[in-house]
Write a protein that binds this ligand. Structure first.
Ligand code: ZN
Length: 483
């Protein structure tokens, strides 16, 4: 979701190798559970796995052996005997990619439904949480949230990060302290991170122009795009982290700064909230005489490295512009229904040439299987037709790592990063389902084993960090004290 009022260097795989950092090498006892310390002494992840079913790029395969070397698949071979390989239950999918996250919004789950309200009243609750977070509490909340993602089969998250500075807007001693907390959180939770550092300059857009940041928005802002770029230039990739960029929205970044963010980006992933609510379109049209998509197109923001998040309320010309520029459209169906945003034109965008990805966004739900299913179900409700997306198309949206800058992940094939997600086919939800249609039946609760970059993060439905529910409770409860 995208809250404002309606009114470095190149990217191509500078790291090369695959992480050996999970379990975390520099974790300290006060910040991680004893379970992690225990596992640090037992780095015994198997290098040969076997599954009765797997969804390979060629479709459903039987009796598949996966050989892992240095965090990548050395081979993926169907029609094999398990031999001494570690057996995986159910059907194996590639690692899922959560292309749009605001980790701290996880604290709002189950706390915003008592008074009805609107997107904008929801935002007031979100600000109440945002003003309490400091690097330590941000780390704890993000680590627990990312661990919940790992339990759901998510191997990589795109964090749309705008909680940059102290609550009054003063930078921390390390101006990237909050971003670094996210980096550490993902590493300790065992998943990869694309840190989409977000330019957020003004408080909203109306027909009269942009409003200054409100007091509760001060910590999001860098002043102008140049200062934003200087701060981001101090961040560097590592084995499990990619640095990308984001324009919060046309509401939060005035026109004269858009091209600066887009060009500074230099081929890295660039994400932007787009037309989530009709009010954004109305304000943009009234002030600029353009739709938000039209404005981004005019300023050179669209393109194959760009992802438009939500893309809910679009004109025919907007769909054409996003499709012909091959801008990815990231849908967040569980958020879009939670916030009463509407149903975006997913099928039409894909047909026009825009790849699709998925995000859990504000984390009312963290379940990419549910997001993929909702993509199809929303289309059915909207068009009165079934089968708008094939199951393999839904899997492609749920595993789109490319929009996060990881072009070597999301496929079960030799050379790719060794991410495996085993989904059980014998639970009350999935029993009797055809393996190739598992996305239409399973939930995150059916994920049994998750391997990221060759390392087992989740085994038997249990995260290496231990009790993720307890981690979430410990991180969230203090944020609501006296509120
Ligand atoms: Zn968002």
């Amino acid at each position: 979701m995208s809250p404002t009022t309606p009114t470095n260097p190149p990217t191509d795989d500078p790291v090369g190798g695959v992480s050996a950092e999970f379990p975390p090498q520099n974790a300290t006892d006060e910040v991680v559970s004893a379970g992690v310390a225990e596992r640090q002494r037992e780095p015994n992840t198997p290098t040969r796995w076997w599954a009765a079913y797997a969804l390979l790029p060629t479709g459903l395969a039987r009796d598949v052996t996966f050989e892992v070397e240095d965090g990548r698949f050395a081979s993926v071979t169907p029609d094999t005997e398990p031999g001494g390989a570690e057996r995986l239950p159910g059907v194996v999918l590639p690692g899922l990619a959560n292309a749009h996250s605001h980790a701290f919004h996880r604290a709002l789950r189950g706390r915003t439904h008592d008074r009805g309200g609107t997107f904008w009243t929801w935002r007031e609750r979100m600000y109440a949480v945002a003003r309490r977070l400091e690097p330590d509490s941000y780390l704890a909340l993000a680590r627990a949230t990312y661990a919940e993602m790992a339990l759901a089969g998510i191997a990589c998250v795109g964090e749309f990060h705008y909680l940059h500075h102290q609550p009054d807007g003063t930078p921390y001693d390390d101006p990237n302290a909050m971003g670094e907390a996210l980096r550490r959180a993902a590493r300790e939770a065992g998943i990869r991170l694309t840190l989409l550092d977000t330019c957020y300059l003004v408080g909203g857009l109306s027909a009269d122009g942009h409003a200054p940041l409100s007091p509760e928005q001060q910590r999001f802002g860098d002043g102008d795009a140049e200062r934003w770029a200087e701060r981001v230039a101090r961040l560097a990739d590592d084995a499990t982290t990619r640095i990308g960029a984001a324009i919060h929205s046309v509401r939060a970044v005035p026109r004269e700064h858009l091209a600066t963010v887009a060009t500074t980006n230099g081929g890295r992933p660039l994400h932007v909230h787009l037309s989530e609510q009709p009010a954004e379109n109305e304000a943009c049209q009234a002030f600029y005489g353009l739709t938000p998509t039209g404005l981004l197109d005019a300023e050179g923001v669209l393109g194959p490295h760009t992802t438009a998040v939500h893309a809910t309320h679009l004109t025919d010309a907007d769909i054409e512009a996003l499709g012909t520029s091959h801008t990815t459209a990231c849908f967040c169906p569980t958020t879009e229904r939670d916030l009463a945003d509407g149903i975006g034109p997913a099928r039409r965008l894909l047909d026009a040439g825009a790849p699709l990805s998925l995000g859990s966004d504000q984390h009312a739900v963290i379940d990419l299987l549910e997001e993929a299913r909702a993509l199809e179900m929303n289309e059915r409700l909207d068009t009165l037709q079934r089968g708008r997306f094939r199951p393999d198309e839904l899997l492609a949206t749920a595993t789109d790592h490319a929009c996060l800058g990881w072009t070597d992940a999301g496929r079960l094939e030799a050379g790719a990063r060794a991410d495996l997600v085993a989904v059980r086919l014998d639970t009350p939800r999935t029993a009797g389902s055809a393996p190739e249609q598992v996305l239409l039946a399973a939930t995150a609760a059916d994920v049994d084993t998750v391997v990221v970059d060759g390392r087992a993060v989740v085994t038997g439905g249990r995260h290496a960090l231990g009790d993720v529910g307890a981690l979430l409770t410990d991180a969230i409860d203090p944020l609501w004290e006296d509120q």
